[in-house]
Design a protein. Structure first.
Length: 336
């Protein structure tokens, strides 16, 4: 595709995420929303109205009638593989919500099928596109806090209900919620060697704590909680040899950087406080980036293989919970 070629876009799945995607696509240059699809017409029709497009209840009917260049899949996780394979076999590029699939074998099949048909597959790990998280990565990559040592993340929200409650469909709090932070810390520290995890689950709560050791020796502690009684909360703290950068949604100035003072006994000095305003929401930036990757043939910030790696770590964490033992990733087969 040329740089200014108009992309014919369709959205499959008209729940909350599908609605959000449609609103963003209607604001994008060189994107024409040609249809939305959901098996429930009561969901598809109002979303089609938002996008000023046509509602369908059948994927096959939609493709036959409007033939999109790209589909955005905003479906429950256990349906991802089926629709990625359908789209790819028709030569349609795919933007798929995270996590990539319900199993590593399914995710691998998705990647291989898209590659075989010459189409692009993007897994929508949106946290990499949040302004403050982008700023953290910029500062880490620039060496502002020196070589990394420790990362701590939190992601707490209400108990979602619906299909999320079934671990066979959602994968639970690690696969669906914590996987945001799993992908993000990989972008900071690289590949993971060891995973150890603990969790607690009740009727309407699920909490998980996962410790990752990276190949370079960095340690990350990741917390995720469904059933949190407060507002949706995310936080991250990254510590290096020269200082620390942290972000917390509940603070007035969410992103802060501290650098070690000299002599070290003087503690940390707050040298920078910065909050990045977002012109568009991060989902807009993410989706626009993926579309530009298709138009310009460039590599994405987050690849389908990144989505597969995040799943591998999440599944290792769940295996660790079952066994009570650390899991060495290099000892696992790719089809687990």
């Amino acid at each position: 595709m040329g740089e200014t070629h108009t992309v014919r876009m369709a959205v499959v799945g008209c729940g909350g995420m599908g609605r959000l995607y449609v609103r963003n696509y209607t604001q994008m240059p060189h994107v024409k929303l040609v249809g939305v699809c959901d098996v429930q017409p009561e969901l598809a029709n109002p979303v089609a109205d938002i996008g000023k497009t046509t509602a369908f209840t059948s994927f096959e009917e939609m493709v036959a009638e409007v033939m999109p260049d790209v589909v955005s899949l905003c479906l429950p996780t256990h349906l991802h593989k089926t629709f990625v394979v359908k789209a790819a076999s028709l030569g349609i590029h795919v933007i798929c919500e995270k996590p990539a699939a319900s199993s590593l074998a399914e995710a691998q099949e998705m990647i291989e099928t898209c590659r075989a048909h010459g189409v692009r597959l993007f897994i929508a790990h949106v946290v990499r596109f949040f302004p403050s998280y982008r700023d953290i990565k910029r500062n880490v990559d620039a060496g502002v806090i020196g070589s990394l040592g420790l990362i701590h993340t939190k992601r707490f929200g209400v108990y979602p209900g619906g299909w999320y409650v079934d671990p066979a469909k959602s994968g639970g709090v690690i696969m669906d919620l914590m996987i945001h932070d799993i992908d993000y810390v990989r972008s900071l520290a690289g590949d993971v060697s060891t995973v150890f995890a603990m969790s607690r689950r009740t009727e309407n709560k699920e909490y998980a704590l996962v410790t990752l050791r990276f190949n370079n020796g960095v340690i990350a502690n990741l917390e995720a909680h469904w059933g949190y009684p407060g507002p949706f909360t995310t936080a991250i703290e990254v510590t290096g040899r020269k200082g620390m950068v942290r972000y917390h949604t509940g603070e007035v100035t969410p992103l802060k950087i501290w650098k070690n003072t000299n002599p070290p006994t003087a503690g940390y000095q707050n040298v920078s406080v910065h909050e990045s305003p977002a012109v568009h929401d991060p989902y807009y930036d993410e989706l626009l980036h993926f579309i530009e990757c298709i138009q310009q043939g460039k590599e994405a910030i987050v690849t389908a293989e990144d989505g597969l790696k995040a799943m591998e770590i999440a599944m290792a964490a769940m295996e660790s919970i079952r066994s009570g033992m650390p899991v060495q990733l290099e000892e696992r087969g790719s089809g687990t």
